[in-house]
Write a protein that binds this ligand. Structure first.
Ligand code: 4AD
Ligand code: MG
Length: 457
């Protein structure tokens, strides 16, 4: 990194792009990841962050410092820093916040192969004894979630999620989609009406959104191709490693799009997201034991299997399923455990899916719909379909479900004023993150998981 003269004439390192952009004292404050390089050896560096580990022995404190980009070893020698600062270094326990100035040296034993030999050690916020130590129960880590999210694994997961989302946002932008902002407080139940959260809305009852789909369907008449990222809520009583009560839902809807084309959008969008995460977060992914190359290998087209074929396949594997059986975690796992690219299951029986899907004329027992299953046994990540445009058919299906059409008045209007063929889908961001980051449980794919048992912290 070249030397650089700051506006008031003091020298420092070249201003880092994207990460920290200000300088403190005589030199640019650097992100730890920027410090860890051969070119920096022998140079003065300044970093700040939190104590990750620390021990002292004789006149030396050995600490490891972390920031959002990585960790670096720091040695503080009694006679190399002002006396009061050495004392601070000896008492700065785990998670104390500090600023350090020193010289970078190579050290093969240190994490990353380098260490900073401190000339200054400034204690910013002394930490009380940190309540999280090495072996903790899952419950305790959930109670202390506000502190546990500092862990390197959690940081890596959050960064990967952000990279996936950036990949999506860019793909939508490049492909002419408009980002829209549908409501969260609603009066409709696009999915299972038994899983609605009620909210007291002034003097009546409203619901938290399960899906933005109906609103997106209305917005295609103005913007044609739309997408949104919103929280969705499902009052799912089942405690499973793939269900949250609140999840981030990335949804798309487009006018004139067939079910077949809808699959093409899913393939391209997901590929763009995975490739962006593999590029932006290679180190984070490796730390999570996901080889970024496995994501780079994923390219359209994905495999497709009809629901009927899936039933045959599963029966062949000895599973007790038949026409009309839903695909749960076990079945989805069986279908994908040996695959390394996602799999579309198409044309589900009508009784398994919501009323708004388009009938499949080639087999009227089924809809023109798809579930996209992640590889390696991770299960459903996207649900999508072409939408029914026949007003009469929708009314019949609502009646069959015992639902009054009155709640769907505005939705039915969309079929009355210039209806067009259209399709869309919803992707569960935490489902994608669980798979990409190889997590055992979906709660680790979100900073503050909301489940049946938990709204704290
Ligand atoms: O399959 P779902 O229920 O489909 C819909 O909501 C459609 N209205 C979407 C649309 O077409 N616009 O949900 C879509 C996706 C699922 O594939 C799954 O990834 C995720 O949302 N999902 C959940 N993720 C975490 N926890 C839950 N309880 C989830 N329920 C659905
Ligand atoms: Mg689904």
């Amino acid at each position: 990194m070249a030397l650089h003269v700051t506006p008031d004439g003091l020298t420092g390192h070249e201003r880092p792009k994207g990460l920290y952009s200000h300088w403190v004292f005589r030199i640019w404050m650097l992100a730890i990841r920027q410090v860890l390089s051969q070119d920096m050896v022998g140079k003065a560096v300044q970093v700040r962050g939190w104590i990750y580990r620390t021990r002292s022995s004789g006149g030396i404190v050995f600490s490891v410092l972390r920031d959002s980009t990585g960790i670096v070893q720091v040695t503080v020698k009694k006679d190399s820093v002002p006396e009061a600062e050495f004392e601070s270094a000896t008492k700065a326990g785990i998670e104390s916040s500090v600023m350090i100035e020193g010289t970078l040296a190579e050290d093969k034993r240190a994490p990353g192969g380098f260490e900073i030999r401190a000339s200054r050690f400034q204690l910013v916020g002394l930490a009380e004894p940190f309540p999280i130590t090495e072996y903790q129960s899952t419950e305790l880590l959930l109670d202390l979630r506000h502190l546990w999210i500092r862990s390197r694994e959690q940081t890596a997961v959050m960064k990967t999620k952000a990279a996936l989302l950036r990949g999506a946002r860019e793909w939508f932008y490049e492909n002419g989609y408009t980002e829209v902002t549908p409501p969260i407080i609603t009066g409709v139940a696009p999915e299972d009406s038994t899983q609605l959260f009620q909210v007291k809305y002034f003097d009546r009852i409203a619901y938290l959104s399960q899906s933005a789909q109906f609103y997106l369907e209305s917005l295609i008449f103005s913007c044609e191709k739309v997408w949104s990222l919103t929280p969705s809520f499902r009052a799912e009583k089942s405690r499973t490693p793939r269900h949250l009560a609140e999840f981030w839902h990335l949804e798309m809807e487009a006018a004139w799009l067939t079910n077949e084309e809808n699959m093409g959008v899913q393939e391209q969008l997901l590929t763009a997201m995975l490739h962006n995460a593999a590029d932006e977060c290679a180190d984070e992914l490796k730390m999570l034991k996901r080889d970024p190359a496995t994501l780079k290998k994923i390219e359209p087209p994905f495999d497709r299997m009809k629901y009927a074929e899936a039933m045959d396949y599963l029966q062949g594997k000895g599973l007790n399923v038949m026409w009309g059986s839903d695909l749960g975690a076990v079945e989805e796992r069986e279908l994908t455990k040996d695959r390394d690219i996602p799999l579309f299951i198409v044309n589900y029986p009508k009784e398994l899916k919501p009323f708004y899907m388009k009938e499949n004329q080639d087999d009227p027992r089924t809809y023109k719909n798809t579930d996209l299953l992640a590889p390696e046994g991770f299960g459903e990540i996207i649900g999508g379909s072409e939408r029914e445009t026949d007003h009469k058919l929708i009314l019949e299906r609502l009646a069959e479900k015992g639902e009054g059409p009155e709640n769907y008045g505005w939705y039915m209007d969309l079929r009355k004023y210039g209806s067009v063929p259209h399709s869309g889908f919803g992707m569960g961001m935490e489902r994608i993150v669980t798979w990409v980051c190889k997590l055992d449980h979906i709660r680790d794919a979100i900073a503050y998981p909301r489940t049946v048992a938990r709204v704290y912290p």
